[in-house]
Design a protein. Structure first.
Length: 305
């Protein structure tokens, strides 16, 4: 009898061991299959594409938070009630782990609401193809604000970001350009921020354009020409002043009587705006001359004062 009991116990142990081995084999197989399936998705998924634009700015969180805190404490303490951590989280939630070609305005709506603030009347300054000059001007003249001088624009200026459906959810290698897919994180962000900036404008607004661009100073495809101009409110904006700036030393491709400027004026007149256009607005031209004091254009400018 004891021999039979011993045999029964051995059989039970054998069955138990076989069951454990089968269970472990099944678990290993499941892990291998999951890995293969995930690997396959990564190979064919859109997140593995090599985009043409630079990837997400390194240390993006620290950059955004640093700029936000600097803006609301050092530059505009009246905005001290803004929550920079919530602003960062809303920006991150707009793109992280998402296909960078499927970003929507709704993704950014919480960010726009958190970071928006009033723009004083007569201070809004729009621009196209004059980025360096216009920002040098607003740094020297606090009477005007570009989009990049608002909290939203200040935080995002000259940085990039995009998501990736796979971990870690952010693509640091490359991001899509507008011609690769229009609904990319950068394009959608700047369109929404530009629209909001234009909607907030009141009183006299200014736009600085480049009269040395061979293709024309005003382009319908630009952010100003396609978004900002159509979101100015005629009931809030009394006049639009166009500053047409030519590079020191030229070329002088277009003046206020030029074809593209006349097209811009027609669009503004159709929307019932009053318009003033000025070639080489003097305060800005004097700023150009700071960097070109010996140039003939600047000597003439100096002699005419």
């Amino acid at each position: 009898m004891p021999l039979q009991q011993g045999s029964a116990r051995m059989r039970q142990r054998t069955v138990l061991l076989v069951g454990i081995v089968v269970l472990l084999a099944a678990l290993v197989l499941a892990v291998v299959l999951a890995s293969l399936l995930t690997h396959g998705r990564h190979e064919v998924g859109p997140q593995m594409l090599k985009w043409k634009d630079r990837g997400t700015t390194k240390n993006l969180q620290e950059v955004i938070l640093g700029r936000c805190y600097n803006y609301i404490t050092a530059q505009h303490p009246e905005l001290g009630d803004k929550d920079c951590l919530k602003i960062w989280e809303s920006l991150k939630d707009a793109f992280i782990y998402k296909n960078p070609c499927n970003i929507t305005p709704e993704d950014y709506q919480p960010l726009m609401e958190l970071a928006s603030h009033p723009i004083p009347c007569n201070k809004s300054l729009f621009w196209s193809k004059t980025g360096d000059l216009v920002h040098r001007y607003t740094k020297s003249n606090q009477n005007f604000l570009t989009l990049e001088d608002t909290l939203l624009g200040y935080m995002a200026d000259r940085i990039s970001w995009c998501g990736d459906p796979s971990a870690p959810g952010i693509n640091y290698e490359s991001c899509p350009k507008r011609n690769e897919c229009e609904s990319n994180p950068g394009s959608v962000f700047w369109k929404m921020a530009s629209k909001m900036f234009a909607e907030a404008a009141c009183g006299v607004v200014q736009v600085m354009l480049n009269g040395s661009v061979e293709a024309g100073a005003f382009r319908s495809s630009s952010i100003f020409g396609s978004i900002e101009i159509f979101n100015l409110d005629p009931d809030k904006v009394s006049e639009v002043h166009i500053w047409l700036m030519q590079d020191i030393g030229g070329p002088q491709s277009e003046s206020c009587s030029g074809h593209s400027i006349q097209r811009l004026i027609s669009i503004l007149e159709e929307r019932n705006f009053k318009i003033i256009c000025e070639d080489n607005y003097r305060p800005v031209q004097l700023l150009q001359c700071v960097h070109n004091p010996e140039h003939t254009d600047c000597r003439l400018c100096t002699n005419s004062t």
